[in-house]
Each structure stands twice: as structure tokens, then as C-alpha cells.
Ligand binder design. Structure first.
Ligand code: GLC
Length: 439
């Protein structure tokens, strides 16, 4: 058994070794660039270790903001050997709003920034916090305004995602099903039919570093790539993409996180005495109201929804529990979700919370977003459980997360059955959020 101090020092060393000078890469080889929600989670841990670094982490994130307000899900590290190749895949500079001096991806990721800014602010005196909030406020407002302007064409407050990578839960079953149903170009279908998908393996970088069984299937990786190419052909312009696409999802996880982010944005505005723009206030209220439209009264749970057909994507995943994090659902609904948290066929694994329920046909102990426990989703669900008064459940999730990391180190994800590790080693948000749990 490690002492608390030993574990803290081990995890801080991991963050230090992943620090690039201006941000923390998620993992040394697999993820050398800067990712949007990774930096937010990392800052939440860094605030306990080095508050200035935590601030720098988030400031460096908003360097990548597009002139229309979008925060890209990746900023490419121009001193890394893979820079030219990786940034050339995206070619985001074809979009008129992309920055000139910095290479980014052309899609976004869950809006955890407001949460991270508040968490970092909590470690400051009121005076320092006000200054910090003043600095970060404009970027967050512009980002949330962009989400509503471009990604909420119905004006009902539910934001639409255009690529599974935008959900952050990259390989989640409802997305995979949608891709196979609605977004399979003929050439991918051909590759699948002729069983040529093994060839894709040679082109992949991730499976150099992580056993293939712990990553996306080759055919799914190819499908993801094909969606990316389609968005790139439209120069990453939301309007042109949405004109044609059949692949648009009102994502449950994303919208739940947005609700919490909006609450934190309101808190930031209040602290610095700013009024949020009126349209934004209206949009914020709409999202809270419309989350209810994702509730299925037969299955007694929330689902993501297809933007055009309005059909639910009925595959329960860890997203099912994220409305708890939103804090905006009724106590009765929260109780329904907690019943699932306590159910040993669903989420009550030895090392909770699995990324899909234990009884899901997709469940694979070490499969990518299809079974393992991730520490960032644990952080959010535990935070929500606490706010709804389920202290015991929240404590148990945190304790088992710490136990897995204490035994094996801060890996990217863990078997919910026995805590054995998978994915990338020395993964930043795992280290950071366990520091947060301990602190
Ligand atoms: C994986 C995760 C994604 C994360 C990225 C970088 O792709 O699915 O959520 O942002 O790695 O760590």
C-alpha cells in the first residue's frame, strides 16, 4: 500500500513528465498534441500542485480558439515530429475562421472549460479569482455562443455533434451503430466486404502503442476517418455539412456537460459583475428544459437522439448517468439513475463505473469506451451524485478509482471487473483527477 504522499508524488511526476512547456500532453507517445477536455481535466488536478501551471494549461487552450468562437478539440504541437503529418490530415486552415498562426483540428469536444476555470479559481483569493475570471470569461462566452449559433439549428437548446470524436467518448456503441447505419461510404463497405480492413492496421498509429483489442476495430477506425474526410471536404463549415449530412446526433453526454458548464459560466459572470448576453441566457434555459426531451419514459432513462429522425439511440452507456452531473434533472429522475448505479448487472462493478453497462452486448473488459472505467467520467458522475446528496455512492466511486490507480498507476482506463489497466500508460487526466480525489 502506498501512502497518500507517495501516490501524490508519483502522480505529480507523471504530470511533470507530460508537461510540454505550455500545456500537458495526455500521454507521451499516443497523444503528443493538446486536447480540449484533457487540458480541462488536467488543470483540475494541477490546481493542487501548481496553480500557475493550471492557469497556463487553460490559457494555452484558448490560443486555438477560432474567430467564430469554436474551441477546436486538438491543437497540434508544432515541435513534435508528427506535426506536419497530423495537421495535414485536418487542413483546418481551409476554414475562414481558423487561426493563421496555429494548426488545429476542425471539430470540438465537450465543453468542460467553464468547469475547469471555476475549479482553478477556487484555489485563489477572491481578488485573484476575479482577475482570472475576467481573463477567461470572453473566450467561454464566445464558445458557448458559437455552440448555440452553429450547432443548435432548431433553437431548442440541444447541441448537435457531427463526429463521434466530438463526444469525447470516442468509441461509444450508439455512435458506432449510427455510423454503420447512416454514414458508410461505398468504399468502406467494399473494404468490409472483401475483409481488407486488416490493411488499415498498417496505417494506424494508435495500435503501435496499444494492443489492437483495446482500441477501435479497424473497420470502425476507417469509418471515423471517412466522416472526418467528409467534414474536411466541406472545409469544416457547419452549415454546408448540415445541408447534406445524415450523421448528426444530439448527444446526451455533451448536452449534460454543457448544462453544467452553463451554470459555471453564470457563476463566473456573477463573480465579476457581468451580465451574460440576453440571447445566451435564453439558450441556456432552453438546454435545461430540452434535456427532458431525451428522457424515454418506457426505459426510464435518457438517450442521445438522432437530429433528423428524432429517434433515440437506445444503447445505454456511461452517458446515461451524466444527467446527474448536469444537476438540472428532478430528484425523481436522479433516483432512477442512481438505481442503475447500484445495479450489479449495470454499473455496480467492482471498479465502477463501466463505460457501458456490464450486461451490454458491447461489453468488453478492456475495450475502448465499451466497458472499461474511465476516471474523467467517474469524476463527473461522482460530482453530480454528491450534489444530489448521494454521498456514499460518490465516495465509493472515488475510492475504487484511487485503488485501481494505486495498484497499477495512472493508466488511460481500467477493467471494471478487476481494475487491471489498459490503453496508454501515464495518462494525464487520470493522474490529475486522482490528485483531485486525494486532495
Ligand atoms: C482519446 C479519448 C478522448 C481524449 C483523447 C486524448 O481519444 O477518447 O476523449 O480526448 O484520447 O486523450
Amino acid at each position: 500500500m502506498k501512502s497518500k504522499e507517495e501516490l501524490l508524488s508519483q502522480l505529480s511526476d507523471v504530470l511533470l513528465s507530460n508537461w510540454t512547456g505550455s500545456y500537458t500532453r495526455p500521454a507521451a507517445h499516443l497523444y503528443p498534441h493538446q486536447w480540449l477536455w484533457d487540458s480541462c481535466f488536467t488543470a483540475i488536478g494541477l490546481r493542487h500542485v501548481d496553480i500557475e501551471k493550471a492557469q497556463q494549461e487553460l490559457r494555452s487552450l484558448i490560443r486555438g480558439q477560432w474567430s467564430n468562437g469554436m474551441l477546436p478539440h486538438m491543437i497540434f504541437n508544432d515541435s513534435h515530429q508528427s506535426f506536419a503529418k497530423d495537421s495535414n490530415i485536418w487542413r483546418s486552415k481551409r476554414n475562414p475562421y481558423a487561426p493563421d498562426d496555429i494548426a488545429t483540428s476542425g471539430i470540438t469536444q465537450p465543453p468542460v472549460l467553464a468547469e475547469a476555470v471555476v475549479q482553478v479559481g477556487q484555489k485563489m483569493t477572491l481578488r485573484e479569482r476575479r482577475g482570472w475570471y475576467q481573463d477567461m470569461y470572453p473566450a467561454i462566452v464566445r464558445y458557448h455562443e458559437w455552440l448555440y449559433a452553429e450547432r443548435d439549428p432548431h433553437g431548442d437548446g440541444l447541441v448537435v455533434l457531427l463526429h463521434p470524436w466530438e463526444s469525447g467518448l470516442d468509441n461509444s456503441p450508439p455512435w458506432i451503430e449510427q455510423l454503420h447505419k447512416h454514414a458508410k461510404p461505398w468504399w468502406v463497405a467494399l473494404v468490409e466486404k472483401l475483409n481488407l480492413d486488416k490493411i488499415v492496421r498498417f496505417l494506424r498509429r494508435d495500435t503501435h502503442y496499444v494492443p489492437p483489442g483495446q482500441r477501435l476495430r479497424d473497420i470502425d477506425a476507417l469509418l471515423y476517418h471517412s466522416v472526418m474526410l467528409r467534414l474536411r471536404r466541406k472545409n469544416w463549415l457547419t452549415e454546408s455539412i448540415m445541408e447534406r449530412s445524415h450523421f448528426m446526433v444530439e448527444d446526451l453526454a455533451y448536452n449534460s456537460i454543457l448544462i453544467r458548464a452553463n451554470q459555471q459560466l453564470v457563476e463566473i459572470a456573477k463573480t465579476i459583475g457581468h451580465e451574460l448576453p440576453e440571447d445566451l441566457i435564453e439558450d441556456i434555459a432552453n438546454t435545461e428544459k430540452s434535456l427532458d426531451n431525451l428522457w424515454d419514459s418506457y426505459y426510464k432513462q435518457y438517450f442521445s437522439r438522432h437530429f433528423i429522425s428524432r429517434k433515440f439511440l437506445k444503447q445505454p452507456t456511461i452517458a446515461t448517468l451524466l444527467p446527474l452531473y448536469s444537476g438540472s434533472i428532478t430528484k425523481e429522475r436522479a433516483e432512477e439513475l442512481v438505481t442503475m448505479v447500484r445495479n450489479t448487472e449495470l454499473f455496480a462493478a467492482e471498479y465502477p463505473l463501466p463505460s457501458v453497462p456490464l450486461n451490454s452486448t458491447y461489453f468488453k473488459e478492456h475495450g475502448y469506451w465499451q466497458g472499461p472505467t474511465w476516471i474523467n467520467t467517474n469524476w463527473m458522475v461522482a460530482d453530480g451524485l454528491d450534489r444530489y446528496g448521494y454521498k456514499q455512492e460518490a465516495k465509493h466511486i472515488r475510492e475504487q478509482s484511487m485503488r485501481a490507480v494505486e495498484k497499477h498507476g495512472p493508466w488511460e482506463y481500467f477493467s471494471p471487473k478487476d481494475g487491471s489497466p489498459a490503453g496508454a500508460e501515464n495518462f494525464s487526466w487520470t493522474a490529475a483527477l486522482i490528485i483531485d480525489f486525494i486532495s
